[in-house]
Design a protein around this ligand. Structure first.
Ligand SMILES: Cc1cc2nc3c(=O)[nH]c(=O)nc-3n(C[C@H](O)[C@H](O)[C@H](O)COP(=O)(O)OP(=O)(O)OC[C@H]3O[C@@H](n4cnc5c(N)ncnc54)[C@H](O)[C@@H]3O)c2cc1C
Length: 504
């Protein structure tokens, strides 16, 4: 055994393994309900649909109310058509399915959607001033990965040795939910970086990370960033690389989910925005229908609106009402999809981070990633690109977003100079969860302070350090388990990366 593999084994042992089962399953308990119980679920994003699946399998009659005409929320896909008759589906775009998204990947296997995942071959950051950084060759073992990052040029051992502030960086290795949030939730990444005098290249890497959580460095909570670094990078040996769905999300995710749900007592009501709901005795009344249990799985913005309009919560459950109406959504984000008559250079991965001259955070080369786009380009030439800004600066005028995207796109990829746009589709939205400073204390857990009401979504406080899509599915598992447990059934297994960092 090499020294490296001995060290790897030790690190894995110290972390208690890279994949942790969080709950014990009592196999003596029944798996399925023997009586009729119904669950009303508000919101048909990943959290709502996951909860519906976990409960429908156990015999609950589930009903999803979704405000849009399609399922999926932020991972949804919907049709658009253009003046010349061309029609296609669009999305909020590129989504990375990391390999330590244990619960989400199990769900994909369950609904037979796992087969649509394909791997990306590098994690690349393109910068104007510091060159380019690729992370595919760094070690995948926690700690060794940080050490081997030096070879990408993102920091040097000399920097680390000579900078006394660098010692504070060990906080990244010491994730411990309560302690980390009590110390670092009030600190923004920007303030932390200034205090530890982070070298500019390293600031840049953290900034791309921070923006990928839909917040600029002056807003993001350092505790959330430590949690995410722990979850993605310092608690497992799966590396920073990830997989993506190889075609439109409706085909690769939501049709399989709908087909799976159709085998059980389930219904999905699209185009059904819930504006308020109430509880009458033991029953929740949603859209004039009665349910034994309710799950709110709408996004922060939707949830705030629903609770604000619900006199029942305002009058009967003050604490819960205040907790919800004080939730915060993040800055605006934007996605521009363009169909153009030129392609960019070969030899780059299909998803590329940039250092955002002003707004452009990433470029996805759609026709090298998904089948429908590949077919379009084979027929029409050129390329299909998606430009993302995960956190538009607050004062950036919406009217200038499109032109600024295109200006920055051309700066990073000068080979497209003189290109012509065939079609374009712009979205500017403000419904993303805020992972900003000082929000942890007020963040609700899956159990609302109202009997038989539960909350699911990437904005809900969890015991395990899951983020984004994995948080959405994991929150649904926690919700489902609370209901399943209350009905005396066997729980669903929940997995996680280790709950604590190696130095905690
Ligand atoms: C541009 C972009 C890129 C992303 N990239 C990644 C990535 O690479 N990797 C990753 O892990 N995550 C990524 N995410 C985050 C990921 O999409 C979300 O974390 C996840 O999809 C959240 O799921 P959810 O079910 O909690 O919320 P949502 O998807 O927001 O679902 C909430 C649902 O509730 C519905 N709703 C709201 N109000 C009401 C109402 N009043 N009545 C009925 N329904 C209502 C909404 O329409 C929506 O369908 C990205 C998100 C965006 C926007």
């Amino acid at each position: 055994m090499s020294i490296k593999s001995i060290i790897s084994k030790r690190i894995e042992k110290k972390l208690g393994g890279y994949k942790i089962q969080l709950n014990k399953i009592d196999s003596v308990l029944p798996e399925k309900l023997s009586n009729e119980k119904s669950v009303g679920i508000i919101g048909g994003g990943l959290a709502g649909v996951s909860a519906a699946i976990f409960l429908a399998e156990r015999g609950f009659a589930v009903k999803i109310f979704e405000k849009e005409k399609y399922l999926g929320g932020k991972v949804g896909s919907w049709p658009v058509s253009f003046e010349d008759g061309f029609s296609t589906n669009v999305e909020h775009g590129f989504h990375a399915f990391f390999r330590q998204y244990y619960n989400l990947r199990n769900l994909l296997k369950k609904i037979d959607a796992f087969k649509y995942l394909i791997p990306i071959d590098d994690y690349l950051i393109l910068t104007k001033d510091y060159g380019n950084f690729g992370f595919k060759d760094i070690s995948t073992v926690p700690i060794l990965n940080i050490l081997s990052m030096a070879k990408t040029g993102i920091y040097s051992y000399k920097d680390a040795m000579l900078n006394p502030g660098f010692r504070k960086m060990t906080s990244l290795l010491s994730y411990n939910r309560e302690k980390t949030f009590s110390i670092f939730d009030k600190v923004s990444f920007k303030d932390f970086a200034n205090e530890v005098k982070l070298p500019p290249e390293m600031q840049l890497m953290f900034t791309t990370f921070s923006r990928a959580f839909f917040a600029e460095p002056q807003y993001i909570s350092m505790a959330e960033l430590i949690k995410s670094f722990h979850s993605y990078f310092l608690s497992n040996d799966l590396g920073l690389l990830y997989d993506v769905l190889n075609d439109d999300f409706e085909d690769t995710l939501w049709n399989p989910a709908k087909e799976y749900l159709s085998k059980y007592k389930s219904s999905i009501l699209l185009d059904s925005k819930i504006t308020s709901f109430r509880k009458d005795g033991n029953q929740f009344i949603i859209n004039n229908e009665q349910f034994d249990y309710a799950i709110i799985a709408s996004d922060v913005k939707g949830t705030k609106n629903i609770i604000q309009n619900s006199d029942y919560f305002k009058n009967e459950h003050h604490e819960f009402y205040n907790q919800i109406i004080n939730l915060k959504q993040s800055q605006r984000y934007s996605v521009l999809r363009v169909w153009i008559d030129k392609d960019i250079r070969q030899g780059v991965p299909f998803f590329i981070f940039t250092d955002a001259l002003e707004i452009l955070d990433s470029v996805t080369i759609y026709h090298r990633m998904e089948k429908t786009s590949e077919d379009w380009v084979k027929k029409n030439g050129g390329g299909i690109f998606e430009l993302h800004s995960y956190a538009l600066p607050d004062d950036f005028p919406e009217a200038e977003v499109r032109n600024q995207f295109l200006k920055e796109f051309e700066e990073y990829f000068p080979e497209i100079k003189g290109y012509k746009i065939k079609y374009e589709y712009l979205q500017v939205k403000d419904d993303f969860t805020a992972f900003h400073t000082n929000l942890y204390k007020n963040r609700p857990t899956v159990k609302a302070n109202v009997n038989n009401l539960f909350l699911a979504g990437d904005w809900v406080k969890l015991e395990s350090p899951a983020m984004l899509m994995e948080a959405a599915t994991t929150s649904a598992l926690y919700c489902a388990n609370k209901i399943i447990e209350q009905e005396g059934l066997q729980q669903e297994t929940i997995f996680s990366v280790p709950l604590k960092g190696i130095l905690s």
